[in-house]
Design a protein around this ligand. Structure first.
Ligand code: CO
Length: 293
């Protein structure tokens, strides 16, 4: 990777982390998820970047993919909050997450995913096996008395693509060897319950899969607007300029049924979940965290 490209990954990482810290400061029991999500997304834009995906604010047993609706009045309350932020500049992406414990009773659960991430990052270098990194994450989380979520994983990124399909597992399972210049997001999830998530009934994040003609006029307007997000996932609440309320829901339904849009349903575990994530570049002798301040 040449120096110029490296600087772009570092810049995207820094913007992402700054936006995350901005949101973290605002999270408190009486705030709404919507005001924090909008503040984080504005902070990304203020820094000259775009979202790589909508701000995820997943509470308690939700592990990922909750983002507020257009007029969402849901408040944090005394919950465990996962704030997951993605920003991109010219396709160079930063992906970063932290867990904020508003219950004040789950410090150990938060520590489990934080320590798992730290230990995993220490192992990153060219030739490192993702199987061994996953095993380390699993071992660290279990040492705190919790389970890693096995069907969620970190991911290799390239310019313009958040999830390339190559994954960094959160447990001991077959994988591949890291190579110099790979950019990877590592994201251990720890939970009290069974180490698995399933899709909930709610979907608030969508992606453009394949453009096809649609009949419904609202669906057509929604599609036109969604095209602006190109290959990056978008939130339902970003589409209210095209349609509102029932019309928005109906339009989205058709776009999903026709497989024009893909869905990212809210992912839920059976019990409380914590998540910690950073993006790193694999360097000649180790790695460099891009999502640092
Ligand atoms: Co990620």
């Amino acid at each position: 990777m040449d120096e110029e490209e490296k600087q772009k990954w570092l810049e995207a990482g820094k913007i992402t982390r700054k936006a995350l810290e901005h949101g973290k400061k605002k999270i408190s029991p009486d705030k709404t998820l919507l005001e924090v999500a909008e503040a984080v997304e504005n902070k990304i834009n203020e820094q000259g970047a775009e979202t790589a995906f909508p701000v995820n604010l997943s509470l308690n047993e939700e592990a990922a993919h909750y983002t507020p609706e257009a007029e969402d009045d849901k408040k944090f309350g005394e919950s465990i909050v996962k704030l997951d932020v993605g920003a991109q500049v010219d396709g160079y992406i930063g992906d970063c997450a932290r867990t904020i414990d508003l219950t004040n009773e789950n410090k150990e659960l938060v520590k489990a995913s934080e320590e798992a991430l730290e230990n995993a990052i220490e192992m990153v270098e060219p030739g490192a096996k993702t199987r061994e990194i996953g095993a380390k994450i699993e071992e660290t989380i279990e040492s705190h008395g919790f389970k890693p979520i096995k069907n969620l994983s970190g991911h290799v990124m390239v310019q313009g693509i958040v999830h390339t399909g190559l994954t960094i597992p959160n447990y001991n399972t077959a994988g591949f060897e890291l190579q110099e210049d790979m950019v990877i997001a590592i994201e251990p999830f720890a939970t009290k319950g069974r180490g698995k998530v399933s899709s909930g009934s709610k979907t608030l994040i969508f992606g453009l899969k394949e453009e096809k003609p649609v009949r419904n006029q609202h669906a057509r307007k929604i599609l036109e607007l969604a095209k602006n997000y190109e290959e990056y996932p978008f939130a339902e609440r970003w589409l209210t300029k095209a349609a509102k309320g029932f019309k928005l829901k109906a339009g989205l339904k058709e776009l999903v049924q026709k497989e024009v849009f893909t869905t990212y349903p809210v992912l839920k575990a059976k019990d409380l979940v914590s998540q910690t994530e950073n993006t790193v570049i694999v360097t000649e002798d180790g790695c460099e965290i891009t999502t640092k301040l």
